[in-house]
Design a protein around this ligand. Structure first.
Ligand SMILES: [Zn+2]
Length: 252
């Protein structure tokens, strides 16, 4: 490709990448101080707007429920802070920032737009990409369920975009990418279709972590943790250098 990257910052680590003890931390990462202290949320069932019952926090507010559009039935979401207190948990995604990155197509490393020529820039771990494309890259059933669509073919993921300027930073920061490599993509559209979350049993018992589609029967007894999007018009680039990067034109 010889196209330009309208919203790219220079390929060095952007100023908007948070830091901890001088080291860059992905914008989307969860910090220890953002996690509720109680191991289990206090929930109950209440009448649902559409009939039946739904799970709710004891001190429920409207902000607890969220749906990508008015056509989706809102789901209950995990409560989480966004203040980056404590220490970063590099392998965990902050629920609010992950959802924002997916719906506004923001870079998971720097939090800026991941817009690029032809769509949105995405960096996929090689192992995740193998699963998405039907390879045998992973055996964790929860992970495989999260990234594989209902037909087993549609690429779906909880892994937000990475702007082209941050591809090299991401490759340096992520131990898994350093070890296994990554695939660079340009994605035409990302459609929210599901969440991964904790599904509470109808009776007593322990919540089960798994994928739940919007509108599913189980959606009213799920606490969503991460948004799952299906990827349309996916273009695989031959390597990380295939998309040229231009300096930002703005002064931000
Ligand atoms: Zn970025």
């Amino acid at each position: 490709m010889s196209s330009t990257v309208p919203n790219a910052h220079p390929p060095s680590t952007a100023d908007s990448v948070p830091r901890w003890k001088g080291r860059p931390v992905p914008w989307v990462a969860q910090w220890t101080g953002e996690v509720p202290r109680k191991p289990r949320p206090e929930v109950r069932y209440e009448p649902a707007p559409g009939g039946g019952t739904r799970l709710a926090y004891w001190d429920a507010t409207e902000a607890d429920w969220w749906a990508p559009t008015d056509n989706h039935e809102a789901m209950l979401w995990r409560r989480t802070g966004t203040g980056r207190q404590g220490e970063p948990q590099y392998a965990m995604l902050n629920t609010i920032r992950q959802r924002q990155a997916m719906t506004e197509l923001l870079c998971q490393v720097c939090g800026q737009s991941a817009d690029t020529a032809g769509g949105t820039a995405w960096l996929m771990h090689s192992i995740e990409w193998q699963i998405l494309t039907g390879g045998r890259g992973g055996s964790d059933p929860f992970w495989a369920q999260a990234v594989t669509g209902p037909d087993g073919m549609t690429p779906a993921t909880t892994n937000p975009p990475t702007c082209a300027s941050c591809w090299r930073t991401a490759s340096r920061m992520c131990p898994s990418i350093r070890k296994h490599g990554a695939v660079a993509l340009v994605v035409g559209a990302a459609r929210p279709v599901a969440v991964t979350g904790d599904v509470f049993p109808a009776g007593a018992g322990i919540p089960e972590p798994r994928r739940v589609n919007f509108g599913d029967e189980d959606a009213n007894r799920t606490i969503a943790r991460l948004l799952v999007v299906e990827l349309d018009d996916v273009q695989v680039l031959p390597n990380l250098s295939a998309l040229p990067v231009e300096p930002r034109t703005s002064t931000s």
